[in-house]
Design a protein around this ligand. Structure first.
Ligand SMILES: Nc1ncnc2c1ncn2[C@@H]1O[C@H](COP(=O)(O)OP(=O)(O)OP(=O)(O)O)[C@@H](O)[C@H]1O
Length: 261
């Protein structure tokens, strides 16, 4: 194993001593008789960038919805910040509102246009303030969705496969943009993705969700610009943890997944 890759076993808790922005303990989510999340512990530290991998149906979106406050979790030990924002795979812009109006939707005050302008400039769309959403490219629409999230200065930014529908070059540019926005605003980020390389390129910590639990966790201490050499070994390990051929019975027991690889 690469000496600068720290393998973390145990529950998904960051090493930082600061109070986490997200804290779940023994979290359970059932749909009818199906237990989708089964006693999950998760902490996310302020400003931490966490990627969540897992095969289709493993419960990633279910977990993200919980953190977004979209599910009723009143009876459970769940702490999420009041200030949070979500970016989905599709930008979800209102076509009858101009781009800047979409960015500040629901916000009040005399300076909302100025705030929208500043956020749109940050994502490289300062020239499309008055455009209609339907005239935007896919990448531009996602930039607008990012601006809409960031204008609220969230403590927690939830990204649900926001780049999955974009072509490779646009996706690469969006990675750079997300990293620069993350550095500038320092929200904690939870990125749900199917893309192992994307997780490695962006995250401080990568979690693999399977069978309703976090089955593997990798902390990457290498600077983002120096990760190219890491990709092969870590990628193979994560793909192994994801079940490789994505067979349904390929659940990897927690903590065992990386031993000896
Ligand atoms: N509202 C619901 N009612 C019933 N079952 C649901 C509901 N929402 C999700 N599920 C089920 O929970 C499981 C996990 O779904 P979820 O969307 O969280 O998975 P996922 O890991 O995000 O999948 P994908 O990567 O394909 O988006 C699936 O079997 C899904 O059918």
């Amino acid at each position: 194993m690469d000496a600068r890759l720290e393998l973390v076993t145990g529950s998904a808790l960051p090493a930082a001593s600061t109070a986490p922005v997200v804290r779940l303990r023994k979290f359970v989510r059932r749909f009818g008789e199906n237990t989708i999340i089964d006693g999950l512990d998760l902490d996310i530290a302020p400003g931490e960038f966490v990627a969540l991998l897992g095969r289709s149906g493993s419960g990633k979106t279910t977990l993200l919805r919980t953190l977004a406050g979209l599910d009723d979790v009143a009876s459970q030990d769940v702490k999420i910040p009041a200030s949070r924002a979500v970016v989905f795979q599709d930008a979800r812009l209102l076509p009858w509102k101009r781009v800047w109006q979409n960015v500040v939707l629901g916000l009040k005050g005399e300076d909302v246009r100025r705030r929208a302008e500043s956020a749109l400039q940050e994502v490289g769309l300062g020239h499309r303030l008055d455009a209609w959403p339907l005239t935007l490219s896919g990448g531009e629409a996602q930039r607008t969705a990012l601006a809409r999230a960031l204008v609220r200065e969230p403590k927690l930014l939830l990204l649900d496969e926001p780049f999955a529908a974009l072509d490779a070059l646009t996706r690469h540019r969006m990675h750079d943009l997300v990293l620069s926005l993350w550095r500038a605003h320092q929200p904690a980020v939870l990125l749900v993705t199917h893309d192992v390389d994307e997780a490695i390129a962006l995250a401080d910590r990568i979690l693999v969700l399977d069978g309703g639990r976090i089955v593997a966790e990798e902390r990457i201490v290498k600077a983002r610009g120096e990760r190219a050499g890491l990709t092969r070994s870590l990628r193979e390990r994560l793909l192994g943890q994801l079940g490789g051929d994505h067979q349904d019975d390929a659940v990897v027991p927690f903590g065992k997944a990386v031993a000896g690889r």
